[in-house]
Design a protein around this ligand. Structure first.
Ligand code: FES
Length: 241
């Protein structure tokens, strides 16, 4: 191998100027290049969502430096990048905890006890929605429907599902996270990754854990079984005419 091939890639000057350490800036540069390469030439701006997740995987939120870096890479203004970051609720505007806990209080979860779950975890942690504990371990958020209504009321930790929660089970879950214990979601990986680890996954960098744990739960599969038993099928395009 030549000397040139052994030389580490140069750190991204823009990232350094924005306050990133040289090694972090270089990694960001490489990761952003990979994300942008997934899109056809001329459509690189479509990479903005995974790029914002990448920024969260590094900074724990969509930081001002991250917004500036994404804007520069995609030749957008900072306000255009901010507009996207503030539109989607998965993007944080200040640092999330290592474990970001979302309690769904949308219609069905509320009917099934989501408000009581929220009150219990908020009281236990002393945190309101969109607040982070002083030690940076836990952040709380009231979240909108997570498309898991068949398991209401639902709590999410770093976007992993904890189904059919009660105030007691949700407080127990947070207590375990506070004590540094591993927790296992109802569906998904065997243990909950940290917020930053899952944000890197959402940026499109596989963590090799896709086949861990339970994929679809019983409530979701019940409808599939019924459809098969009764030979129910989705209408074809021809039948729709
Ligand atoms: S209302 Fe809570 S997951 Fe749908």
């Amino acid at each position: 191998m030549s000397t040139l091939e052994n030389t580490p890639a140069p750190a991204d000057a823009a990232g350094i100027a924005l306050g990133y350490a040289p090694d972090v800036a270089a990694q960001l540069d490489a990761d952003i290049a990979e994300i942008m390469s997934r899109y056809p030439a001329g459509h690189e701006r479509s990479a903005i969502i995974p790029m914002l997740h990448l920024i969260q995987s590094v900074d724990g939120y969509v930081s001002p430096a991250g917004i500036a870096l994404v804007a520069q890479k995609l030749e957008l203004t900072r306000s255009e990048v901010s507009a996207v970051a503030t539109f989607y609720s998965q993007f944080r505007r200040h640092p999330a905890g290592e474990y970001h806990v979302g309690v769904c209080t949308n219609a069905l979860c509320a009917v099934m006890g989501g408000d009581e779950v929220w009150r219990a975890v908020s009281e236990h942690t002393g945190l309101g929605s969109d607040e982070t504990s002083a030690d940076g371990r836990i952040s709380l958020e009231r979240v909108e429907c997570n498309a898991a209504c068949d398991y209401a009321p639902v709590v999410m930790v770093n976007w992993e599902f904890f189904d059919n929660q009660t105030p007691a089970s949700a407080v127990d879950l947070i207590g375990r996270l506070e004590r540094g214990e591993d927790v296992t979601p109802t569906r998904g990986p065997e243990t909950v990754p940290t917020f930053r680890e899952n944000e890197r996954l959402l940026a499109g960098f596989e963590d090799g854990r896709a086949d861990e744990g339970i994929g679809a739960g019983e409530s979701s599969l019940r409808g599939l079984r019924l459809a098969r038993e009764h030979d129910w099928k989705a209408p074809t395009q021809e039948e729709d005419k």
